[in-house]
Write a protein that binds this ligand. Structure first.
Ligand code: PEP
Ligand code: MN
Length: 280
């Protein structure tokens, strides 16, 4: 089988550092991405942005949502992009949001600092080529049933199209489980990817588990496994969230967790464990 090339450690032995606004991810740099699953209204995204300020490095919020059901909230579209951008400016954080179709890449890139390719679109090759042909950094999530090789080949599409600013995100895969966890978070992917590729690797324990009270232990495990960062869903009123409330932390809980993660990261650096590309 023809395999990946530009993303491989053989092609580029040193870690790639991806820059989002002024935030660096990769190499010795870790970053936390936090915010709601969906941008719902101005008050919601502003309150959450204020709530994560000082603890998170990048604000997230979906405006174009890939929902399993066509009857679920689909996102605010361009109005959501505008609210996300304004909330980011208000707290001085760069912003990331998902782009679901190649037709919307330019529109979305005009509002945000980083483009997210969701799990359901990991093998949408036209979309991968399109985000590869523009200059904003890309957050590529692992497909629900993608192998490590398929994941890396999707990243290869983006690099081959000219954009090497790509962050990989493990977000859980489909196994026979499905209950009580939404997905099975594959933390073994972290050291394996760190071994195979120079690209930064982060973990999303929110979609990976579907349960807010599993976010803390799996965030810590992800850093210990060598992740360069985390993507965590945060909502000011999880019970009323229009999407993914059960997996969302409240802002104060997120701030507490970020403090604990910083202490853990410092410990890992002292042991030179967290920054290591593990041999597999
Ligand atoms: C998201 O980050 O909101 C999302 C839809 O994630 P995933 O593509 O991993 O399901
Ligand atoms: Mn979500």
């Amino acid at each position: 089988m023809e395999s990946f090339h530009l993303v491989s450690r053989e092609y580029k032995p040193e870690d790639t550092v991806v820059t989002v606004g002024e935030v660096k991810i990769g190499g010795g740099h870790r970053a936390y991405i936090a915010g709601p699953c969906s941008v719902e209204d101005e008050k919601q995204i502003r309150e959450i942005a204020e709530g994560i300020k000082g603890a998170a490095h990048i604000l997230r919020g979906g405006a174009f949502k890939p929902r399993t059901s066509p009857y679920s909230f689909q996102g605010l579209g361009e109005a959501g992009l505008r609210l996300l951008k304004e909330a980011g400016q208000q707290v001085g954080l760069p912003v990331v949001t998902e782009v679901v179709s190649e037709q919307e890449v330019e529109l979305v890139a005009g509002y945000v600092d980083m483009l997210q390719i969701g799990a359901r679109n990991m093998q949408n090759y036209a979309l991968l080529k399109k985000v590869g042909a523009q200059s904003k950094p890309v957050l590529l999530k692992r497909g629900l049933a993608a192998t490590i090789e398929e994941f890396l080949l999707s990243a290869e599409y983006i690099l081959a199209a000219g954009n090497s600013q790509v962050v990989l995100c493990e977000r859980g895969i489909r196994t026979f489980s499905g209950s009580p966890t939404r997905n099975t978070l594959d933390l073994s992917a972290v050291p394996i990817l760190r071994h195979l590729t120079h690209l930064p690797v982060i973990v999303d324990p929110s979609h990976g588990t579907g349960l807010w009270n599993l976010v803390e232990p799996l965030s810590k495990a992800a850093l210990a496994a060598g992740a360069h960062g985390l993507m965590i869903e945060v909502h000011n009123h999880p019970q009323e969230a229009l999407s993914d409330g059960p997996q969302s932390l409240k802002p104060e809980k997120f701030r507490m967790l970020a403090g604990e993660l910083n202490a853990l990261a410092q410990f890992l650096d002292e042991q030179s464990a967290g920054g290591k590309a593990w041999k597999v």
